[in-house]
Design a protein around this ligand. Structure first.
Ligand code: C5P
Length: 250
């Protein structure tokens, strides 16, 4: 698919005419002070922010509320996986925090995913809800050790399909999985992809990386990018450099 054919690409406009930045910066800081030092250096119009388990466990919902009040769209990456009633209530709590997106584990099952969706259906502003299928840190042999014999790509696709059937908006997946998932799930599914590195950045501990442009060309909807931006001397400049390369490729 040509880059220019992708409706989701670049800093395009949503149906509401709002700016829809494709980059979600992974706010992987150990405490609120460092997270705010970073967030004050960047513009909420240029990116979203992902708050994961470490930062949330240390800094809590207060940090999320402050970032939302500062104008940032927050992806709350807590990967809920519990009994349906608990996940329904956790989903409602996430919506009440005002997050833009949050996630659950598809392996929690259909009842759990439907409960997550039910928990946000009457929210004043419904967050986007995506599923993690199989963690990219897990291999075929890890799954075999759990008694799961199905080939990984087949399992990922089946779980992703199930997530959409349960009313979820999409999945978190490797950018390498995006082309196959885009083909099988259709244009409306959100594909949120980590493991992204601009060609000027180091891979760090990521094994199978793609550039932002290649990930978007392969069907990714949103790109999770951490260290190339958070560890840059000038984070706003790093962000703008990535945005510019996305615009150029469009
Ligand atoms: O710094 P970097 O760009 O590698 O950060 C990627 C972010 O995406 C981290 O928060 C990491 O936990 C998350 N992530 C990932 N791979 C996955 C799922 C999430 O790198 N499969």
């Amino acid at each position: 698919m040509a880059l220019s054919e992708l409706p989701q690409l670049g800093l395009d406009e949503t149906a509401e005419g709002m700016n829809d930045p494709k980059i979600i910066v992974a706010l992987d800081f150990a405490d609120a002070r460092h997270a705010f030092e970073f967030s004050h250096r960047i513009d909420p119009g240029q990116c979203r922010l992902k708050v994961g388990k470490e930062l949330f466990t240390r800094a809590g919902p207060g940090l999320v509320k402050s970032l939302v009040a500062d104008g940032f769209d927050i992806f709350l990456d807590l990967k809920f996986h519990d009994i349906p009633n608990t996940v329904r209530q956790a989903a409602r709590a996430a919506a009440e925090l005002g997050v833009w997106m949050f996630n659950v584990h598809a392996l929690g099952g259909e009842a759990m995913m439907r409960a997550a969706r039910a928990g946000i259906d009457d929210a004043a502003q419904r967050p986007l809800l995506v599923a993690v299928t199989i963690l990219t840190s897990q291999t075929d042999s890890d799954l075999a050790a759990l008694g799961i014999d199905r080939p990984l790509p087949e399992l990922v696709e089946s779980l992703a399909r199930r997530a959409l059937d349960c009313g979820l908006d999409g999945v978190v997946c490797s950018a390498h999985e995006a082309p196959a998932l885009r083909a099988s799930l259709g244009a409306a599914a959100l594909l949120v992809t980590p493991g992204i590195r601009p060609d000027w950045a180091t891979a760090d501990d990521q094994q199978r990386i793609l550039t932002p442009e290649a990930a978007l060309a392969g069907g990714a909807s949103y790109l999770v990018i951490g260290r190339p931006i958070t560890r840059a001397d000038d984070p706003a400049a790093a962000l703008e450099r990535i945005q510019a390369s996305i615009r150029e490729a469009a």
